[in-house]
Design a protein around this ligand. Sequence first.
Ligand code: HEC
Length: 148
Amino acid sequence: MKKVLSIIIASIITLSTSSAADIIDNDLASTTRLKNTMRKFATGLDQIQKGIIYNDRDKIEMGVRVLRQARKNFLKKHGEILKKQMPGDPKMAMHMAKKSAERIKKFTKMMNGQVHNTHDFSKIAAAYTGIFNQCVGCHQKLRKNYVK
Ligand code: HEC
């Protein structure tokens, strides 16, 4: 009986440690995916900024494409890991992520509409700023390592 019990206990310990490791692995993978998306955001914004400054429409278009690609299924892909950035209030974290994803979408659409139709890039610059504010706003609140 003792032996059976110790086997059961041993397997419980093995099971629970392996699932803890799985959770850590999952979080790591999700963080890597989040960082990949973030780097695409940064690349897209950078291209748009350069495009405006160098008067290069193709570059703006390229940046807009990168942003559109990066924000696709943002919540579905990154919602869970973003919730963990605010353990005390995961609902709030989700709400903020949703709002910023919506605004990034809106401003990206605005840019896409403008880029073919105008030589005046001021509206694109305004949308660029609108997106940039979403980056900074979320980082202030949800990025754990914001202040190093
Ligand atoms: C909904 C929240 C949210 C929004 C919106 C957001 N970020 Fe982030 N970002 C994060 C979090 C959280 C991290 C920290 C990831 C980590 O280090 O675990 C991060 C990290 C980053 C990083 C560092 C990635 C790395 O490799 O370490 C860059 C670059 C970045 N974001 C760029 C942007 C840009 C550009 C935008 C706007 C277009 C943006 N982010 C919008 C939450 C957000």
